[in-house]
Design a protein around this ligand. Structure first.
Ligand code: NAP
Length: 297
């Protein structure tokens, strides 16, 4: 790998995912120039040898690779476009690795922007939350042109424990939507299961013990179930972002004329819960269930 391939413009040092990912890359010897809308959040990266730029354009100026890890499609496009946007500073031929969760339409818009600017576009959202991000154990759902893969893989090897190359750009995002369909439905089902157990006088902690290690158990049920029982909603995946993801997947379903009433219900339930608890963890979806029960008043 040419040394220039180790220069990365990292756009989005959010406290949940981006900061940890950029830090791991800096510690692994990548030359990181980071940018964050709220600059103070990126400053701790300096301790690991990264530089912090004032604009996305400045960050992108020396990056052979540009990573975006931002809230949604609007945030990504705002960061890339305009006079101070990353596209204005990017080197022709740089690889734009888009790792935020932005849905099919957002990904298509980004691919088009990359094409117009002469960048190579790689769509690579991730599965895994704050702790896997900190440990470099995310699952990378990568997609894009064959020739870009060796350029991106060293980054994925640092931020992730697994990379799945899934096809042409857009395939990673499609898989991400499928994974999120599964996990958001699981969390809503779990919230009602815990609420149901509490409501009929069953200890929900014993329920988790009963399923533990069996065919109907999942690590996620144990993790989020414990959070619901303890009412500990410290965010590792913010509820408002889960609500955004549930919306993205129903938009994808509509685009393909698929009728998926459970996913629509999950989207609406998460959106309603996010109105009050958006900055808490996804497991706070439980509070919307609990609020409906007579004992909760
Ligand atoms: P987060 O901690 O809230 O970080 C969000 C980031 O987006 C911050 O850097 C924030 O900047 C930036 N941002 C928001 N709006 C912006 C705008 N209009 N312009 C520029 N920057 C903007 O959230 P996160 O969990 O790291 O999520 C980042 C992405 O990863 C999302 O697409 C999310 O769906 C995805 N994801 C999250 C998880 C998870 O478990 N948390 C897992 C997989 C994928 P400020 O610091 O200035 O607010």
């Amino acid at each position: 790998m040419a040394s220039s391939e180790r220069t990365v413009a990292f756009l989005g040092a959010g406290s949940t995912m981006g900061l940890a990912m950029a830090r791991n890359l800096a510690r692994a010897g990548f030359e990181i120039c980071a940018w964050n809308r709220t600059p103070e959040k990126a400053l701790p990266l300096k301790d690991d040898g990264a530089t912090v730029a004032l604009t996305p354009a400045d960050a992108a100026a020396n990056g052979a690779l540009i990573v975006t890890m931002l809230r949604d499609a609007e945030a990504v496009i705002e960061t890339m476009e305009g006079e101070e946007g990353a596209l204005a500073g990017a080197q022709p031929g740089a690889v734009w690795i888009q790792m935020s969760t932005i849905g099919i339409e957002g990904t298509e818009r980004c691919a088009q922007l990359a094409d117009q600017a002469g960048l190579v576009f790689v769509d690579a959202p991730v599965s895994g939350t704050k702790q896997p991000a900190e440990k470099g154990e995310l699952v990378v759902l990568a997609s894009g042109p064959e020739e870009a893969r060796p350029r991106c893989q060293p980054v994925f090897d640092v931020v992730g424990a697994q990379t799945h190359w899934l096809g042409a750009a857009g395939s990673g995002t499609r898989m991400k939507l499928v994974v999120n369909g599964w996990l958001t439905a699981l969390v809503e089902g779990l919230a009602e299961t815990i609420g149901f157990a509490e409501g009929i006088g069953v200890d929900p902690a014993q329920f988790l013990e009963v399923i533990r290690g069996g065919p109907v158990d999942t690590g996620y049920a144990q993790l989020k179930g414990k959070a619901m029982i303890e009412r500990n909603f410290e965010p590792s995946f913010k509820l408002e972002l889960a609500a955004k993801d549930a919306r993205l997947l129903t938009e994808a379903a509509q685009r393909h004329s698929l009728e998926l009433p459970l996913f629509e219900l999950v989207r609406d339930r998460l959106a309603a819960a996010a109105e009050e608890h958006g900055d808490e963890d996804l497991s706070a979806a439980f509070l919307a269930t609990a609020a409906r029960q007579p004992t909760a008043g």
